[in-house]
Write a protein that binds this ligand. Structure first.
Ligand code: AMP
Length: 622
């Protein structure tokens, strides 16, 4: 039986894990029986780590002890601007880590965001292992199409800490299209409209002969379900008597209770025309303050009036992205809806009106990304010929020019891999050096872009600037790495710069966090999975010993002993095989018995002694 492989949608507000079984993708339920896991990590006052639903409950009473929406800041550089952004988006302070990365301060600890993501991934790994009854290592993880190299690298690092091997990072819209089977049945342009809990992403995908290309991406990083909830909270506050309204609007506990009630009402209104909203203990929670209960009816029509500006915003962003991509509504053959918020009927209606056609809705919008990731993961493992996923440059790249401007050489959304060249002239004649500064970003002003590095060309020996053409070549690999080569075309002298991905955490820190996570995992894994993982390790060691014996690296005087080792390895292998498919008690007992005997042989061999009389002149066993 092949090792299990999963697809993971590591979302801003919720995450999901899926696999392919009997040729069909399916979402795996958590050990608590839920299909979606809130991407939340918290610590209780007694220091217990809680993840997902448990963390969501903790956040109601102790919001500062729970890390939420870490995906917003993972892989980004700490800066005062980011701190300001975080203040409006998350309830915990963010601080700068030793590598300039972002860390969250929650429940009196400072944790790298990469580690928090690793904890969420670790939870999904445990859920998947509980489903399979055996260890899970391989996965495909999805990220937003506009994630840059550092954000992708940080996501990979989180997986590494969680003990997962990433077969591939896939763009979320691409995963959605894969889940809809656009690989085989479809040629043309698809628009993926993804409105989640905190972010809005919209992308155009071009599919041709099973090749996927993200042609353009756009979005609004601060538009999502939470804004719809906030609009409903405002309306709920307006239903309170004036005096109560003013205190409740500044009371953290009341606001949190209203948010929970508003979110539920929003969900109810996707199903019915009206929702009954109840919230208890609203008002002033300071000593001596008064509290009241809220009990109101919210109609779908009223809800739609309240959220109209947010829906308009999402459509404006969509139009703008289409304009940037020089695409018209007519060019779009199919519209895919992603994200829990696209269940809201008004959004479906307005998207349909904008494109003059109904979006497809066959797959649950909050599951579609994980399902697509699972399909892709299983394709990679089965080596069916991996679906070709062509990506685009997430940002423009250019060269700083005289006067503080930037000339773009590679435009945003250029398909990668790509090579692009431009010729520049030194800013003044008679210079013997030219400094070529490389920028990433969309602004024409250098200072509004991110400086990636610089190349210094020296020994320029020409009097007039027009005599010294300098060619700058950008090369973008399919992995997203950028190389820049600058050549003085008159002399042929060249200098190159490879812009490497910055990793979030040092290798040493990753090792420590990985060990910490492994210990947590061993503690939480169900005993059968843990035992099976131990048997699998033993099997590998048994195989090594067996190969050594068979190759004569370990010479055995006693053929019977050698045959016994081979038999024990074979027995354990078939028992582990049965154990993976059915956890039968009898099989487990037999497995333990064989494992103990094989363990003794392996133990003796690795301790440098031959297993009894066998392999007397043994060499090393790895
Ligand atoms: P996602 O990030 O894709 O999981 O989306 C989560 C957002 O979708 C949250 O704001 C949820 O409140 C919202 N959501 C989930 N299900 C529904 C539903 N049935 N109706 C309306 N909104 C929903």
């Amino acid at each position: 039986m092949r090792e299990p492989v999963v697809g993971i949608d590591l979302g801003t507000s919720t995450s999901a894990v899926a696999t392919v079984e009997n040729g069909k993708p399916r979402l795996l339920t958590s050990r608590a029986g839920r299909s979606l896991t809130p991407s939340l990590v918290g610590f209780t006052p007694d220091g217990k780590r809680v993840i997902g639903e448990e963390a969501r409950l903790l956040a109601i009473s102790r919001p500062a002890d729970v890390a939420a929406a870490t995906k917003r800041f993972i892989g980004r550089r700490w800066s005062p601007k980011l701190v300001h952004e975080a203040r409006t988006l998350v309830p915990y302070p963010v601080v700068e880590g030793p590598n300039g990365e972002v860390r969250a301060k929650i429940a009196g600890r400072v944790l790298p965001l990469t580690q928090i993501s690793a904890m969420v991934l670790g939870e999904l790994k445990l859920d998947a292992e509980a489903h399979f009854g055996r260890p899970v290592h391989k996965c495909v993880i999805t990220v937003p199409a506009n994630f840059d190299d550092n954000q992708r690298a940080a996501t990979k690092q989180a997986a590494e800490i969680a003990g997962l091997r990433v077969l591939r990072i896939v763009n979320e819209p691409t995963a959605a299209a894969v889940a809809y089977g656009l690989t085989s049945k479809f040629e043309g342009k698809a628009l993926v409209f993804d409105l989640g809990g905190g972010t809005f992403d919209v992308s155009i995908l071009e599919v041709e002969s099973g090749v996927f290309q993200v042609q353009a991406t756009g979005g609004d990083p601060v538009l999502g379900g939470e804004d719809f909830d906030a609009a409903v909270v405002q309306w709920l506050l307006e239903q309170l008597p004036l005096a109560q309204r003013e205190v409740a609007a500044h009371d953290t506990i009341s606001l949190q209770r209203l948010r929970v009630a508003a979110e539920q009402a929003k969900r109810d209104l996707s199903q019915s025309d009206e929702a009954y909203v109840t919230a208890t203990g609203i008002g002033d929670h300071e000593p001596g303050g008064t509290l009241m209960d809220l009990d109101v009816r919210l109609s779908r029509a009223e809800f739609e009036r309240q959220v109209e500006p947010l829906v308009v915003r999402s459509l404006d962003v969509t139009r703008q992205m289409m304009e940037e991509a020089s695409s018209s509504q007519k060019d779009i053959q199919i519209i895919l809806l992603v994200g829990g918020m696209t269940r809201v009927p008004l959004i479906r209606k307005r998207v349909a009106e904008l494109f003059g056609k109904q979006p497809v809705v066959g797959v649950n919008p909050d599951e579609v990304v994980a399902l697509g990731a699972a399909v892709h993961a299983s394709e990679i493992v089965a080596q069916h010929g991996e679906t070709l996923l062509i990506d685009v440059a997430s940002h423009s790249l250019g060269v700083g020019v005289y006067g503080g401007g930037v000339r773009k050489v590679v435009r945003k959304n250029t398909a990668i891999p790509a090579v692009a060249r431009e010729v520049f002239l030194p800013s003044a004649g008679g210079q013997n050096k030219a400094r070529i500064v490389i920028y990433q970003g969309e602004s024409d002003q250098a200072e509004e872009n991110v400086k990636l590095g610089e190349v210094l060309l020296s020994d320029l020996r020409v009097k007039y600037r027009a005599d010294t053409p300098l060619e700058v070549t950008f090369e973008l690999s399919s992995e997203g790495t950028v190389s820049v080569r600058c050549m003085d075309l008159t002399s042929g002298l060249a200098e190159a710069l490879r812009i490497t991905q910055r990793t979030e955490l040092s290798a040493d820190e990753v090792t420590v966090l990985r060990a910490e996570q492994a210990a947590y995992h061993a503690d939480k894994a169900d005993p059968e999975t843990r035992e099976l993982a131990e048997f699998e390790t033993l099997l590998e060691q048994g195989d090594t010993l067996r190969r050594a014996l068979e190759a004569g690296a370990r010479r055995s005087d006693d053929e019977k002993e050698r045959a016994a080792t081979v038999k024990l390895v074979d027995d354990l292998r078939s028992l582990v095989h049965i154990g993976r498919t059915a956890a039968q008690a009898k099989n487990r007992l037999q497995m333990s018995d064989v494992a103990v005997r094989l363990g003794t042989l392996v133990g003796e061999a690795t301790a440098g002694r031959a297993p009894s009389s066998a392999a007397q002149n043994a060499g090393e066993v790895a």
